[in-house]
Design a protein around this ligand. Structure first.
Ligand code: NAD
Length: 295
């Protein structure tokens, strides 16, 4: 296995220039992380305000590092210079790797992926940061599906170490090797997983949320469950707080994907705690009220 892995890593393309499509929460975070770890990146969006916001979020993180003495104003300027905002594809052309991080909509993503494939060099790699859409489905419109895979970061990108590298049925070993090498250079811990509903993390997380929902249905107090998981079990946060961080809309969507993908194991009651919170527009931290209140 080791020699196979070594051989695969040798086939990785050196990533000198990267691009990210979408400058939202994830795209902005990916741009910041890539630039901080020495790979210049073009950050493309269709919305100028998103680019401004993405850059200002990066500047905020860098300022905090300078204030804590972990970085210098020179390094901060260098990192910000390594992020090139763009509203068209002209600067994206030279990228060795493109990470797509636009809205979670299969039609929009497929169109964007086909669009970017046309401008890239033949040996450039394309990855999608989708949380829930099948990699094989997204590969359908591509001329070269062998150069495509998933690259699933977690929020906030600068803090969360894990990256799921998702292999589709046509993904080549050299594509996987390139994405693994790039994720490692970004200071992340990549794991390679096959394409399936929930990839790895949501397949672990959603049975856990299902257990939590069942406890609540049986009369447990969510705050007590959180306390037990945090204090006695040693997890950084309990399930209710985690759902508030993820957002009930995102959680609800992923729950539906899991229920469709694994109907025997992951079917829901239609009335569980996550579904009820979503129905009541208690989305979590993003709108100030979820299991807990934030204002
Ligand atoms: P977001 O809404 O914050 O940002 C999406 C950005 O894409 C917006 O700035 C929008 O203007 C831009 N966009 C839309 N169409 C575009 C196009 N054609 N070309 C370029 N840019 C375009 O979304 P987000 O939370 O950053 O999520 C992005 C992706 O990352 C989604 O696939 C999501 O599932 C995935 N993801 C999100 C999280 C999370 O916690 N937010 C975690 C992991 C993965």
């Amino acid at each position: 296995v080791k020699s196979k892995a070594k051989k695969a890593i040798k086939t990785a393309h050196a990533v000198q220039h990267a691009a990210v499509l979408g400058a939202g929460i994830m795209g902005g975070g990916i741009a910041y992380q890539s630039a901080s770890k020495g790979t210049p990146i073009v950050m493309k969006d269709i919305n100028d305000n998103a680019l401004t916001l993405g850059l200002s979020e990066a500047a905020k993180l860098l300022t905090a590092q300078v204030e804590r003495g972990r970085s210098s104003p020179q390094k901060m300027a260098q990192v910000l210079n390594a992020i090139t905002p763009a509203l068209d594809y002209s600067a994206v052309k030279q990228a060795d790797i493109v990470v797509e991080a636009v809205v979670e909509n299969p039609k929009v993503k497929s169109a964007v992926l086909a669009e970017v494939e046309q401008v890239l060099a033949d040996d450039a790699v394309i990855a999608s940061n989708t949380s829930t859409i099948s990699i094989d489905l997204l590969a359908q419109n591509l001329k070269q599906p062998q150069r495509f895979c998933g690259m699933h970061f977690f929020n906030p990108v600068h803090k969360m170490p894990l990256v799921e590298v998702i292999r589709g049925k046509d993904t080549s070993d050299s594509t996987i090797a390139t994405v693994v090498a790039y994720a490692s250079k970004m200071g992340k811990t990549p794991i390679v997983v096959n394409d399936c509903p929930g990839f790895f993390v949501n397949r672990v997380l959603f049975p856990y949320f299902a257990g939590f929902n069942a406890l609540i249905a049986d009369g447990a107090d969510f705050a007590v469950v959180d306390k037990v998981m945090e204090k006695q079990f040693g997890w950084p946060m309990g399930p209710a707080y985690l759902l508030d961080v993820v957002g009930m809309d995102t959680g609800h969507h992923a729950q539906e994907v899991m229920a469709q993908g694994f109907p025997e194991r992951m079917a829901t009651s239609g009335q569980d705690a996550l579904q009820l919170m979503f129905a009541q527009n208690r989305l979590g931290q993003k709108n100030g009220k979820g299991f807990y209140r934030y204002n």
